[in-house]
Write a protein that binds this ligand. Structure first.
Ligand SMILES: *[C@@H]1O[C@H](CO)[C@@H](O)[C@H](O)[C@H]1NC(C)=O
Ligand SMILES: *[C@@H]1O[C@H](CO)[C@@H](O)[C@H](O)[C@H]1NC(C)=O
Ligand SMILES: *[C@@H]1O[C@H](CO)[C@@H](O)[C@H](O)[C@H]1NC(C)=O
Ligand SMILES: *[C@@H]1O[C@H](CO)[C@@H](O)[C@H](O)[C@H]1NC(C)=O
Length: 284
């Protein structure tokens, strides 16, 4: 086994950035940054305590950790997304939350439940799980489930096999939603600075969207987190915005960019608000 490690590492660097990832680094950084600004004292203390020392208390700096361990923890790959039946535009936990072998619960919604439950052991006797990893997985997966194409169709693997042009560059549709829309927005509107984008989203969370935010935070029946709601919103956004009007070889330019950017900002905001609400619920 040991001799495979360098090979795996090499492959990691050779892999095109177009493989399934979830929001790219900036998307995940954004949701974790928004979340950390909304934690209660108890949740902030628990997060600080669970983070490795080198993170220096900054959850956002490790928000992409789950992508970096996909090779080491090969079992975790299916936990980043949900494949739903082609063209149906609906999601059902019992039908769709499984991996390619058909093992139930192995999808991003199941993983959010899993790591929420594990973290509820925080402060009790010793947990059988590594709660630092549970925190990093949960923070990443609540981001991923808000990326519309992470709840996408099965055959095109959430837009991974749809080849498009992002302006003049070749890309796959999935990558456009992970990274390209966010990067183009940063370049055009935010001085190529993710912090400026985060400030703009945070301003909207406290002003324009304040009424909505209270609804985003709530789950029914005292549940701490409600990934099935997030996933249903996700497949709806995938159908209404991500896939809409796009086929192999589509050229996506300003029309697509400017009409989809508000959806991306909205989903990043929801992801951040809900990650905070989930952590606040867990740590009391
Ligand atoms: C739950 O978490 C454990 C520990 O990380 C992991 O082994 C298992 O695969 C996870 N299952 C799901 C569905 O997330
Ligand atoms: C928990 O996981 C982190 C990240 O993988 C690791 O650095 C740490 O050593 C683990 N802690 C224990 C007690 O195994
Ligand atoms: C797009 O084209 C690629 C390469 O020809 C093919 O593999 C893929 O299945 C096509 N995707 C769709 C959604 O038609
Ligand atoms: C904030 O809301 C305003 C008004 O709806 C909108 O024009 C702007 O694009 C939003 N900015 C972000 C980053 O969401």
């Amino acid at each position: 086994m040991e001799s495979f490690k360098p090979l795996a590492l090499l492959l990691l660097f050779l892999l095109p950035i177009t493989t399934v990832t979830g929001w790219g680094v900036d998307g995940h950084f954004t949701t974790c940054k928004i979340a950390q600004g909304r934690l209660t004292q108890a949740a902030a203390d628990a997060v600080n305590h669970l983070l490795p020392e080198y993170a220096e208390g900054d959850l956002a700096s490790l928000c992409s950790w789950a992508d970096h361990v996909k090779f080491r923890y090969h079992w975790s790959s299916p936990l980043h997304y949900i494949d739903t039946p082609d063209d149906l535009c609906t999601y059902q936990y019992n039908r769709d939350c499984k991996d390619e072998d058909g093992t139930m619960g192995r999808c991003v919604a199941g993983a959010i439940k899993n790591y929420t439950t594990q973290l509820q052991d925080y402060g009790k006797q010793t947990s059988q799980y590594n709660l630092t990893e549970a925190l990093l997985f949960l923070s990443h997966f609540i981001g991923d489930i808000h990326q519309p194409l992470h709840v996408g169709f099965t055959t095109d693997r959430g837009g991974n096999t749809i080849n498009v042009h992002w302006f003049t560059r070749k890309a796959v549709l999935h990558h456009v939603w992970d990274d390209s829309i966010i990067e183009t927005a940063e370049e055009r509107f935010y001085n190529s600075d993710v912090e400026t984008l985060i400030d703009a989203i945070q301003t909207n969370i406290t002003k324009e969207w304040a009424d909505q935010v209270q609804i985003w935070e709530k789950c029914s029946r005292n549940q701490i987190t409600c990934p099935n709601i997030y996933a249903t919103e996700g497949i709806n956004a995938a159908c209404n915005w991500a896939y809409k009007g796009v086929g192999n070889d589509s050229v996506l330019g300003d029309d697509y960019f400017l009409s989809r950017l508000p959806i991306v900002n909205w989903r990043l905001a929801q992801g951040g608000v809900r990650l905070a609400a989930t952590l606040n619920g867990i740590f009391g």
